[in-house]
Design a protein around this ligand. Structure first.
Ligand code: SAH
Length: 515
């Protein structure tokens, strides 16, 4: 629609005097990245949660902005062929799943198309579909999460309840049978709620900052079957009346390995405090991804869908095409999940991660698996890699830390600009970019491909069914064989700032690196 046509629509809307709470009928034509349906009323766009493309719906207007509005679904007049009845009875109220009303097949298609669209629009890769593998979905998209954090509250009758928060609020929607969490959680939660009721142990009330039990955290090793329960309390273990009775009950659950009480006395939205006391069993559970074992404590970061993580990292390993002679850098390495995977096939792996506790876990997991060809650095990837690259003798790539392969797995904001420039200067044969945000992936690939790289393959892996989160892995291959070249960072800096859209990045000094 051109500008004058759009203006005409807005003028018309003003004439129509749409009002809050007014009911209108819409046909949903599009789906946003957040999983809301988009329908137009006489050309004026409305965003409607819980709808899917093709639905004809009656909605009530909740908010009107100058150029768009929001509306709440009242009735489905004609369902889209892609609509399914959500399997969870509280799917609409609960803030967890966003798109259960869309068939799983269509959810996967939506994620694949979203990646393709970002790569085209932001990355400028016009024919990206040709390089994209079919999406890797789950065989059974239920009960796939190994970690759950249930808030505990009190219902109107004074009984303790567990569930999840409704979207954008701290109102608990009671539900002990969440369909995306491990099934054993129901037994764990009901045991704890029963114990609280019988022993008059109060749930935490965040408004008054009173009461004891704030959250129940559970972790389940899907391969090992080991279970951890962690009660987060506004106090300490000694205040849990008759705790041994609860421990006895929980310990009877098959697979129970660790029961921990975590203290969080702060007025905060942060779930866990820093103090943990193991009241039964071990301090951690173990699980496996592929052949690698991991020890996971209550505070450890660990991938929440280990089955699909295996698929994702398997792709990273396949794209890395290692023969056993390579030096590999794994940047933003977390607890070293990818590093340890790669170390099985590489000569030497260097991992870099900014959170010291994660690096401690990474080193412990390396020892646990007797993997010796991996070194972890604590620090910002952009600093550590630059430092090591500069320190290395440019004529001696193989003895120093110059890699054949670099893997990056940054947070949503993508790679730091200095890091992209340093990677270009290091000129590895392959860059494997693992991403949880197709927008920043596309931006960073564009910068790398403006220099000497070419996208060869892209795989979308669904780790979080019924949510809008997307995970992607892509292979970038260096085009020319020359490693020696000068990269003037000014060019990329300019590109970077032009392409970065609404993301706040620190500006750094322009530098030229000779390799
Ligand atoms: N590959 C990891 C997870 C990556 S999540 C795994 O499989 O477990 C992104 C990680 O990047 C987080 O652990 C975060 O702490 C880390 N991180 C964020 N900014 C960073 C930076 N500038 N340098 C290094 N690591 C960073």
């Amino acid at each position: 629609m051109n500008c004058s046509a759009r203006q005409a629509v807005f003028d018309k809307v003003n004439e129509m005097t749409l009002l809050k709470n007014q009911e209108i009928v819409l046909t949903i034509e599009d789906f946003t990245r957040e999983g809301e349906g988009l329908g137009k009323y006489q050309g004026f766009p409305f965003f409607v949660k819980d709808t899917v493309i093709g639905d004809k719906v009656r909605v009530s207007i909740t908010k009107l902005k100058k150029n768009y509005g929001y509306a709440r679904l009242i009735e489905i007049l004609k369902p889209s062929p892609d609509r399914v009845e959500p399997a969870c009875p509280v799917a609409r109220q609960c803030g967890g799943c966003k798109i259960q009303q869309l068939s799983y097949e269509k959810q996967l298609e939506f994620k694949w198309k979203q990646v393709a669209s970002c790569m085209k629009r932001i990355g400028g890769f016009a024919e990206i579909e040709k390089l994209m593998e079919p999406v890797y979905g789950m065989d059974h998209p239920w009960h796939f999460r190994n970690k759950a954090q249930f808030p505990i509250g009190t219902d109107r009758t004074g009984n303790p309840v567990a569930g999840f928060y409704a979207g954008r609020t701290h109102t608990i929607i009671p539900n002990t049978a969440c369909l995306i969490q491990a099934e054993v959680n129901q037994e764990i939660l009901e045991t704890i709620l029963q114990y609280m009721k019988e022993n008059r142990v109060a749930a935490y009330d965040e408004k008054r900052h009173q009461g004891l039990v704030r959250h129940v955290l559970t972790r389940v090793g899907f391969v090992t079957g080991q279970i951890m329960v962690c009660l987060v309390v506004n106090g300490h273990a000694g205040q849990l009346v008759n705790l041994n009775y609860l421990i006895d009950k929980l310990a009877q659950i098959s697979g129970m390995t660790s029961i921990v009480v975590n203290t969080n006395k702060d007025k905060t939205n942060r779930i866990l405090g820093s103090e943990c006391k193991t009241v039964w069993g071990k301090d951690y559970i173990e699980d496996k991804i592929g052949d690698i074992r991991y020890q996971i404590g209550p505070l450890s970061f660990f991938q929440v869908n280990p089955m699909q993580t295996r698929v994702l990292y398997g792709k990273a390993l396949e794209y890395a095409a290692l023969s056993g002679r390579e030096t590999v850098w794994d940047l933003y390495c977390g607890i070293g999940t990818i590093s340890l995977f790669l170390a099985q096939k590489a000569r030497q792996v260097y991992g870099v991660e900014v959170v010291p506790e994660a690096v401690e876990d990474a080193r412990r997991n390396a020892r646990l698996n007797h993997i010796e060809n991996v070194t972890f650095y604590v620090g910002r990837a952009e600093d550590v890699v630059y430092r090591e690259c500069e320190a290395a003798d440019p004529d001696d790539f193989h003895d120093k830390k110059h890699p054949e392969v670099i893997v990056v797995d940054p947070p949503r904001k993508g790679c730091d600009q200095t890091l992209l420039s340093t990677m270009l200067a290091m000129a590895p044969d392959r860059i494997i970019y693992v991403s949880c945000d197709p927008g920043t992936l596309a931006r960073d690939c564009r910068i790398l491909c403006a220099e000497n790289y070419e996208i060869k393959k892209v795989a979308v892996v669904d780790q979080f069914g019924h949510s809008c989160h997307v995970e992607v892995v892509s292979l970038l291959q260096r085009m020319s064989n020359t490693r020696e070249r000068t990269i003037t960072l000014d060019v990329e800096m300019e590109d970077y700032h032009r392409i970065v859209n609404g993301v706040d990045h620190k500006k750094r000094k322009n530098t030229a690196i000779d390799t």
